[in-house]
Design a protein around this ligand. Sequence first.
Ligand SMILES: [Zn+2]
Length: 204
Amino acid sequence: MPRIAYPEPILRLISGLKSLPGVGPRSAERIAVWMLGGGKEKADAIAQAITEAREGIARCEECGFFLLQENPCPLCSDPERQGDTICVVEQPTDILPIERTGAFTGLYHALGGRLSPLDNVTPQDLRISPLISRVQKRRVSEVILALGSDVEGEATAHYLAGIFREKEGLQVTRLAQGLPAGGGLEHADELTLLRALDGRRGMG
Ligand SMILES: [Zn+2]
């Protein structure tokens, strides 16, 4: 008896969906079948949105946040923001939760990850050199480390504190504890983040 399977294009679609974050094999199959049936129009709209986002969105070379191609960064080019304070986050997605608190009006810098010897993530893999150049160029006086409170976040914070406090002589603070363990800032609610920002402490 020949083994019956979905035709190749459907298998490719399922396999593609399965590789998305948070999508398991069962969901991938269900979404694929939906896309070919009742969800056809929505699927086309999603495909178009993906292409438009891929082609139209760039990353700010300074802070790492998303911006429209050829446009200035809404954060870095805002003259109202204080250029002497820079808040370092792991991912660009960590910027919005902090913005929502309304308590921070300085600049941001997304590292693009955190140090992790187990995953072979070294300082060279993160946007640390651009951070050092920005700090030197902009006469920054305080570096706020808004990194995760897990082991890797801690290691990254200590590495950066070593550079900015010891070598550059700047004030280096980090968010007060109380952020979700092991977590990105996206999981922290506004009030927790606000308190964490207000209660930030010098590293030493
Ligand atoms: Zn920017």
